[in-house]
Write a new protein. Structure first.
Length: 361
C-alpha cells in the first residue's frame, strides 16, 4: 500500500518544486497546462489524426478528458514520452531557436508532431481559437480540482485500508508464526513417529530373525528326535531280534537240556529200577538171611537154654554165667529183628521214591 501511495506523494513534492513555480507566470501558465494535458493523454494508445497542414496530430490529443487518476502522468519532457513528440518548429520550419539539449521536444522524426504553441513569441492569441483554448483550460482546471478531491478521498480510504491491511498482516504474521510452530511440532512428532516406526521395524526384523532361528532349531531338534527315535527303534528292533534269537537259542538249549535230562532221567530211572531191583533182591536176600539167622539163633537159644537149665556148670566155656548165653542170643535176635524192620522200611522208602520219580516223568 505504501508503494501505491508513492506516486501521489511524489506528485505533491514535484508540484512544490521550482519547476512547478515556473508555470505560475501568466505567459507560461497555458503552456504548462497544455504540457500536462499532453503528458496525461500520451499514455493512451490510438490512431494519429491527420492535422490540417498534412502533419500528424500529437499523441497527447488522442486521450479523452475523462481519464482516471491512474492515467495522470507527471510533467516530464515531451521528448521523453512513451511516444516522443517531434518539435513543431523543427518539423515545419526545419530549425528551432533552442538547441537539441534544451528543447522540450525531439529534433528528429518520431511519427508524432507537437501542436503549435499559442503564440510563437509567447503572446496570447486572439479570436475564437484563444477563447476556445481558455475555455478548455478552465474546464480542465475544474476537472483537475474535482479529480484532486477524488484523489484525496482515495488517499484517505487508502490510509484506512492500509491500517486495516497492516492489522491483517500482523494477525496473519502471528497466525503464520503459530502455524509454523505447529508445523515444527508436527514435524518433530512425525520424526519421532518415524524413528519409532524404524525402531519397531528393526525390532520386528530381529523378532522375525529370532523366529526363523527358533524354527530352524525346532526343525533340527525334530530331525534329531526323529533320527534318535529311528535309531532307538532300530536298536530296539535289533535288541528284540537279539533277544528273540537268544530266547530261541535258550529255548533250543533248554529243549536240548530237557531232552538230555529226559534221556538222563530215563537212564537214571532205568538204572534206579535196576538198582531197585538189585537192592530189592539184596534186601530180600538179607531178610531171608536174617530170617535164617533168626531161626538159627532161635534153635541155638533153645539149645543154650537147655544146656543152661540142665547143666551143672555155673560158668560157661566163654566165661558167661547162667542164662548169659540165652540173653546174648536174645539180643542178637532182637538186633536181627531191628535190622529186618530197617530193611523193610528202606524198601518202602525206595519204592516211594521210585514211584514219585515215575510220576514226575
Amino acid at each position: 500500500m505504501e508503494r501505491e501511495s508513492m506516486p501521489f506523494r511524489e506528485r505533491d513534492e514535484r508540484s512544490a518544486s521550482p519547476k512547478a513555480t515556473r508555470c505560475s507566470s501568466p505567459n507560461l501558465k497555458l503552456r504548462c497546462v497544455q504540457a500536462r494535458r499532453c503528458s496525461a493523454r500520451s499514455s493512451s494508445p490510438g490512431k494519429n489524426i491527420a492535422s490540417p497542414k498534412g502533419g500528424v496530430t500529437p499523441f497527447c490529443a488522442q486521450t479523452p478528458l475523462s481519464s482516471t487518476a491512474s492515467q495522470i502522468a507527471l510533467p516530464i519532457k515531451p521528448k521523453d514520452f512513451r511516444v516522443p513528440l517531434t518539435c513543431f518548429f523543427w518539423y515545419y520550419t526545419g530549425s528551432c531557436k533552442k538547441p537539441d539539449n534544451k528543447c522540450l521536444y525531439a529534433h528528429y522524426h518520431t511519427g508524432t508532431v507537437a501542436e503549435p504553441p499559442i503564440s510563437i513569441n509567447g503572446r496570447a492569441m486572439g479570436g475564437n481559437r484563444a477563447k476556445n483554448m481558455l475555455g478548455s483550460i478552465s474546464q480542465r482546471e475544474e476537472e483537475l480540482s474535482i479529480r484532486g478531491a477524488e484523489v484525496y478521498d482515495g488517499e484517505q480510504r487508502l490510509v484506512a485500508v492500509q491500517a486495516d491491511l497492516e492489522e491483517r498482516l500482523n494477525a496473519m504474521a502471528a497466525r503464520e508464526q503459530h502455524i509454523q510452530q505447529r508445523e515444527e511440532a508436527v514435524q518433530q512428532r512425525e520424526n519421532t513417529v518415524q524413528q519409532r516406526e524404524q525402531s519397531v521395524h528393526q525390532h520386528e526384523q530381529a523378532v522375525q530373525q529370532r523366529e526363523q532361528a527358533i524354527h530352524q532349531r525346532e526343525q533340527t531338534i525334530h530331525q534329531r528326535e526323529q533320527n534318535q527315535q529311528r535309531k532307538r527303534s532300530l536298536q530296539h528292533e535289533q535288541a528284540i531280534a537279539e533277544r528273540e534269537t537268544a530266547t530261541a537259542a535258550r529255548e533250543h538249549s533248554n529243549y536240548e537240556r530237557e531232552q538230555a535230562f529226559a534221556t538222563f532221567e530215563e537212564g537214571m530211572l532205568r538204572q534206579l529200577e535196576g538198582n531197585y531191583t538189585s537192592i530189592a533182591s539184596t534186601v530180600s536176600q538179607m531178610r531171608r538171611a536174617v530170617s535164617n539167622a533168626q531161626g538159627i539163633l532161635a534153635n541155638r537159644r533153645q539149645q543154650v537154654l537147655y544146656h543152661e537149665n540142665f547143666s551143672n556148670n555155673v560158668q560157661g566155656t566163654h566165661g558167661q554165667g547162667r542164662y548169659g548165653g540165652s540173653i546174648a542170643i536174645d539180643g542178637a535176635i532182637g538186633a536181627l529183628g531191628g535190622l529186618d524192620q530197617m530193611l523193610a522200611q528202606g524198601e518202602i522208602n525206595l519204592h516211594a521214591q521210585i514211584h514219585n520219580a515215575i510220576k514226575r516223568q
